[in-house]
Write a protein that binds this ligand. Structure first.
Ligand SMILES: Nc1ncnc2c1ncn2[C@@H]1O[C@H](COP(=O)(O)OP(=O)(O)OP(=O)(O)O)[C@@H](O)[C@H]1O
Length: 281
């Protein structure tokens, strides 16, 4: 679905696409263990780009695992498209700070991986392989990696590896893309290039995205709404709705409107969590 098309709400009475209601999650036994999230509630519309920021250890990655269905909540409810999440979801793509490319596979073979393991693609992989290869090549071309299809991970720069990782997360056309600090290990210039690539993929494809980041300008540049999570156990303490035109361009980062959003978010995150002199957390 392109951003130009109107979204199809999961429920005619505009139920949110992703709905977390009073969700708590404790790792380990009650009384012991770690309470990662406490009574967290959050609604996300279909096709929305959401960012999540907050101090280290506040439960951001845990929130991602809840949405992917990889980890169940201890109490409360996680619903996607009106259905309670109680098992790993096929409709989710994920990318992490570590691109985690399989070293014995080329870029193209890494991108093809989800089609080899996720149903219904897996069933038809042999029959449809030529079509899938074409799809993976087109996606690699879309992120500027034409000609790099046959290179192995160790032959790619960090930015190229993350592009491959994005392609791998999107090749099975998931409805939801979960991004856990995907650009955290990249230099500033490469990171900004990747912002634009991600923004363009999202504008083209219309998936619902959630980005966990420590970089407030990154959150403002990419997201429609940015949620600030409290210190652990995490819950949403503040949400900024980012009313900036799209497509967003690097010049936007120098406008007062942009820096005001960054400062607004910064004031809602405890000072001790902020990097000295930096924009990150
Ligand atoms: N599998 C686990 N078992 C026990 N405790 C865990 C587990 N995973 C995470 N935790 C704990 O839960 C809390 C939240 O962790 P989580 O990784 O979600 O935080 P985060 O906000 O993503 O952190 P960071 O910003 O540093 O990546 C932390 O105290 C962490 O140590």
């Amino acid at each position: 679905m392109s951003k130009n098309q109107s979204a199809t709400p999961s429920d005619p009475v505009s139920a949110p696409f992703i709905h977390l209601n009073d969700v708590s999650l404790r790792y380990g036994e009650s009384g012991e263990g770690v309470e990662a999230l406490k009574r967290l509630s959050l609604n996300i519309s279909r096709g929305e780009f959401t960012a999540v920021v907050g101090p280290s250890g506040c439960g951001k990655s845990t929130l991602m695992r809840l949405l992917s269905g990889l980890t169940p909540c201890s109490s409360g409810k996680v619903c996607i498209d009106g259905k309670q999440v109680n098992q790993p979801l096929k409709t989710v793509g994920m990318a992490f700070q570590n691109s985690a490319l399989l070293p014995w596979r080329t870029a193209l073979e890494n991108v093809l991986l989800p089609l080899e393991v996720v149903e219904p693609y897996r069933r038809d992989f042999r029959r449809d392989k030529a079509r899938f290869v074409e799809r993976a090549r087109a996606l690699l071309a879309r992120v500027g990696l034409s000609g790099a299809e046959d290179l192995y991970g160790w032959e790619l720069s960090g930015g190229m590896q993350q592009r491959v990782s994005l392609c791998r997360a999107l090749v099975h056309e998931p409805e939801i893309l979960l991004l856990d600090e995907p650009f955290g290990a990249l230099d500033a210039f490469t990171r900004e290039e990747l912002w634009d690539i991600l923004q363009q993929l999202w504008l083209d494809r219309g998936f619902t995205a959630m980005l966990v980041t420590h970089d407030l300008p990154e959150a403002v540049y990419l997201a429609d709404s940015v949620h600030v999570i409290s210190e652990r156990p995490g819950y949403v303490v503040h949400t900024s709705h980012i009313d900036l035109p799209r497509p967003r361009t690097p010049e936007l980062c120098f406008t007062t409107q942009f820096t005001d959003y960054v400062h607004e978010l910064r004031t809602h995150i405890q000072r001790k969590t902020l990097a000295v002199g930096g924009a990150g957390l």
